[in-house]
Design a binder for this molecule. Structure first.
Ligand code: HOZ
Length: 430
């Protein structure tokens, strides 16, 4: 595969952009490669500047659940842009968007729009601290909640991919207020609560972990978090930046039937534009300025282009009752195909999946349920597999510790091609 133009552009970018990228995991560092520079994408396909075309299973790390550049979203953005790109004043579409989010996400009674998932999680914990008048938060090792200081403690995603789970620059006084527990281990949470009792403001969790690769919550884990937070008067925050509108219209909370106090959203709600949101119980949300004392603001929050793209996307789910059933059917086919291929190639692996998000881990274990367990996966083998897949026209995340996403634009032919390329790659692995 010729990627000369991408290589040249990467060299150019590295002169003026740290590491040549605006988000670390894009740099292909952990798979020891040179990132592809993208020219365009439509539907399920993405094309690089050398003219190579791939079936895309990254989908911009989650947002592109309808595929790339659906006409209805392009039309909505174009139409909105004619009327101006930002006003810094209220618009009707912000209320429409908020009404739809409150209707679709079961625990959300009021919602505030921001510009990214990171902003949503940062704001949600400030609000939780303001509401409870407590300072500590509990997060889980390997969960990633964006790059806010409080979350860069045993963080997932690019941080573990690059071996940097605790970032310099996070002060001791901030780190001391972040307590870490083990995902799927309710005892580890109980231990923290019995020690810190009324100092813990909130637990924040990815209800399905997506940033250490996909790790599925065991039966009773999320309910256990609900029970323990209730018992100690702390809040439960579901970080649904990935799972929101991906697992169901109402996200993981609808899928698992466990209601958090606050929810953070991002990715899909922006229809591919930069958006985040956080919402939840009215009594908590009403603590926000200008109603209450907890401050949070943003010049571009509720941006008309982003709202237009997001609203069309959410309306689409609302009016297509079979949307998630179809995604589930296709994703189940991929999971079954991956497992069949692993057996046929004689390669040890674990496929973790919920709905349309999944990860194929190269690992000898029977199941992977925690950060420590996924970290035993064979990254060298993933890197080789990644490049073999790329050569066959399959674009996967350049890291063992990320999710792959099936979206509505993937045709039967795309999925058959994926499974064929997957078997070929597995058979070639050393
Ligand atoms: N942290 C994102 C994936 N979980 C990476 C986003 C990006 O590089 O675009």
């Amino acid at each position: 595969m010729n990627i000369e133009k991408s290589k040249k552009e990467f060299a150019r970018a590295q002169e003026v952009i740290p590491g040549g990228v605006n988000s670390p995991v894009r740099a292909f560092k952990s798979v020891k490669g040179s990132p592809l520079f993208i020219k365009k994408a439509k539907g399920s396909k993405i094309e690089d500047i050398d003219g190579n075309t791939f079936i895309d299973f990254v989908g911009s790390w989650g947002p592109m659940i309808l595929g790339h550049a659906p006409d209805m979203i392009i039309d909505a953005i174009t139409d909105a842009a004619q009327r101006g790109t930002s006003y810094g004043a209220p618009t009707i579409i912000e209320s429409e968007m908020a009404e739809l989010i409150c209707k679709m996400v079961p625990s959300v009674e009021k919602v505030r729009m921001v510009n990214s998932g990171t902003e949503a999680t940062m704001s949600a914990i400030r609000l939780a601290r303001g509401y409870t008048k407590r300072e500590k938060i509990v997060k889980f090792a390997g969960c990633y909640h964006g790059h806010g200081d409080s979350f860069l403690i045993k963080a997932g995603s690019g941080a573990i991919t690059l071996g940097l789970p605790d970032s310099p620059g996070v002060t001791k006084s901030i780190a001391i207020d972040t307590l870490t527990a083990d995902y799927n281990n309710i005892e580890s949470v109980e231990r923290l609560f019995s020690e810190y009792k009324d100092q813990i403001a909130a637990i924040i969790v990815e209800p399905v972990a997506g940033n250490m690769g996909v790790v599925v919550p065991n039966a009773g884990f999320l309910q256990g978090l609900r029970d323990i937070t209730k018992k100690y008067g702390a809040l439960l925050i579901f970080d649904e930046v990935i799972t929101g509108f991906r697992l169901a219209k109402g996200g993981a909370q609808e899928y698992y039937g466990v209601m958090p106090d606050l929810t953070t959203l991002g990715k899909i709600i922006g229809g591919g534009l930069p958006v985040g949101a956080y919402g939840g119980r009215k009594d908590i949300m009403d603590m926000l300025a200008p109603l209450g004392p907890v401050y949070q603001a943003g010049t571009l929050s509720g941006n008309p282009l982003a709202m237009a793209a997001g609203l069309v996307t959410l309306k689409y789910f609302d009016s297509h009752p079979d949307f998630y059933t179809n995604l589930e059917k296709n994703a189940a086919k991929v999971e079954a195909g991956f497992k069949r291929n692993l057996r046929e190639a004689g390669i040890k692996g674990v496929v973790n999946r919920v709905g349309s998000m999944m990860t194929l881990f190269f690992n000898d274990k029977e199941k992977l349920e925690s950060f420590d367990e996924v970290m035993t996966s064979d990254r060298e083998r993933y890197a080789e597999f990644f490049h073999l897949s790329l050569e066959s026209g399959i674009y996967l995340a350049p890291s063992q510790f990320e999710a792959m996403f099936i979206n509505a634009s993937h045709s039967d032919e795309d999925l058959d091609n994926l499974l064929k390329a997957n078997l070929e790659a597995l058979l070639k692995l050393k």
